[in-house]
Design a protein around this ligand. Structure first.
Ligand code: NAP
Length: 291
């Protein structure tokens, strides 16, 4: 019997990921909070649903990609949520970036209904979602991972089962620390070049081939040079991710000074009304500090 798939959350990431599942030929039930977001999926042959509950009632494996921890809570536990429609033996796969502790709580609630859960946050941005080249970091039972693996390969390339429930979200938090602190370093370096009267574009070219070369220097560095902060990955989402990191560090009594600084710069962008910009806009904070 063919496995029926579901997808809840059709934003920058969710829409292309769901479309890739359809392109791979899978039967798909979808829910987007704004009905118009379901149109491209309906046109691709997916069935539009009125609630996450309806998706769960039809699908054996339901993917979720919404914004933040309270959103996943609403989608799973809320009125009209997945828990109200889910059948024993189903798997809910949360691909949003949220709190590891909340993830373990949601997994426990689903288990009471005989359903399994995987946390499977992603890295690779909108381009990775469109090209099905995402890195996928998975937490949960190995049996559930094995069951969902054939669908992960329709959305990503580097797919790693990291550990038990929440381990995927911990890996993603680590990813966000590396990305944020590297954006800071690139922003400082390009500002340093400019203030010295040296062409920052040439500096970026020179750095690309050496130890300072990175995906962040390539992609975010280009955005900084072009002053093009169309997201990409929004400031408000990066701020949300570093809050997850800092909350956890607080609980553990763990000092993460680099991540803390990046979190403050993202706070500054939020206060300046730049929530919807790409998080490469951290360069704007660095520039403002030096006039
Ligand atoms: P987005 O474009 O803002 O999309 C979020 C989607 O979730 C929207 O369609 C939104 O619906 C829906 N949603 C939010 N809260 C909901 C709720 N309570 N109930 C139902 N639907 C809800 O964000 P995104 O960039 O796709 O990011 C999604 C997740 O992936 C986030 O956790 C983010 O951190 C993570 N992520 C993003 C990137 C990236 O580069 N963008 C990369 C890696 C991971 P509406 O349309 O009605 O607002």
């Amino acid at each position: 019997m063919t496995t029926k798939l579901g997808f809840v959350g059709l934003g920058i990431m969710g829409r292309p990921m769901a479309l890739n599942l359809r392109k791979a030929g899978h039967a798909l039930w979808v829910y987007g909070r704004r009905p118009e977001t379901m149109k491209p999926l309906s046109e691709a042959g997916a069935t539009a649903c009125a609630s996450p509950k309806e998706v769960a009632a039809n699908a054996d494996v339901v993917f979720v990609c919404v914004s933040d921890t309270p959103d996943v809570e609403q989608v799973i536990l809320g009125d009209g949520g997945l828990l109200q429609g889910v059948r024993p033996g189903s798997v809910v796969v949360d691909m949003s970036t949220i709190s590891p502790a909340a993830t373990r709580r949601f997994a426990a609630e689903l288990k009471k209904r005989g359903a399994d859960m995987l946390d499977a946050p992603v890295s690779g941005g909108e381009v990775g979602a469109i090209n099905a080249t995402l890195s996928i970091m998975v937490g949960g039972r190995p049996e559930a991972f094995a069951r969902v693996q054939p669908y992960f390969v329709a959305m990503g390339k580097n797919i790693v089962h990291v550990g038990d429930h929440g381990a995927g979200q911990v890996a993603k938090a680590c990813n966000q620390v590396v990305v944020a602190v590297t954006i800071e370093a690139v922003a400082e370096a390009l500002t340093f070049a400019r203030k010295n009267g040296v062409d920052p574009a040439k500096v970026r070219d020179a750095l690309m081939g050496g130890f300072a070369g990175s995906k962040i220097l390539e992609v975010h560095g280009k955005r900084m040079l072009d002053n093009d902060f169309k997201p990409g990955f929004k400031v408000k989402l990066h701020q949300k991710d570093l809050k997850i990191v800092m909350d956890d560090a607080h609980k553990l009594g763990l000092a993460l000074p680099g991540a803390a600084l990046a979190a403050q710069h993202l706070n500054a962008l939020m206060g300046a009304g730049d929530a919807e910009l790409d998080s490469a806009a951290i360069v704007k904070v660095i520039e403002r500090m030096s006039g």
